[in-house]
Design a protein around this ligand. Structure first.
Ligand code: ZN
Length: 105
């Protein structure tokens, strides 16, 4: 859907965040590949409707200067979208394990 940020774990949209800029994925192949590597979305190819919000840039906006840190987006909340299986899901599994033990007894 156009107008929604394509970053993993980010659901900013033009409707909800009118103060943000939404930029399209660069057409330049080299820069585009670097963007895709930064976005790290599996099995995903951007379309002409794909947009990235300006929250993923250090200065809050895209920069077309290759020397700028904002030539490539760098701020992503990947840990929100991919919780660490060793720290997060372990607790719910141990609860299930406890229930099994109680039933056996
Ligand atoms: Zn975003």
């Amino acid at each position: 859907m156009p107008g929604i940020c394509c970053a993993v774990g980010c659901d900013n949209s033009r409707q909800r965040n009118p103060g943000l800029q939404f930029v399209s994925i660069p057409k330049d192949v080299d820069r585009r590949n670097k963007w895709l590597a930064a976005i790290r979305r599996d099995h995903w190819q951007p379309t002409s409707n794909s947009r990235l919000c300006s929250q993923h840039f250090v200065s809050g906006r895209k920069n077309d200067n290759p020397m700028s840190p904002d030539y490539i987006p760098s701020l992503f909340a990947l840990e929100m979208a991919n919780p660490d299986p060793y720290t997060d899901s372990g607790s719910s599994e141990s609860v299930i394990e406890e229930i099994r033990i109680i039933r056996v007894i």
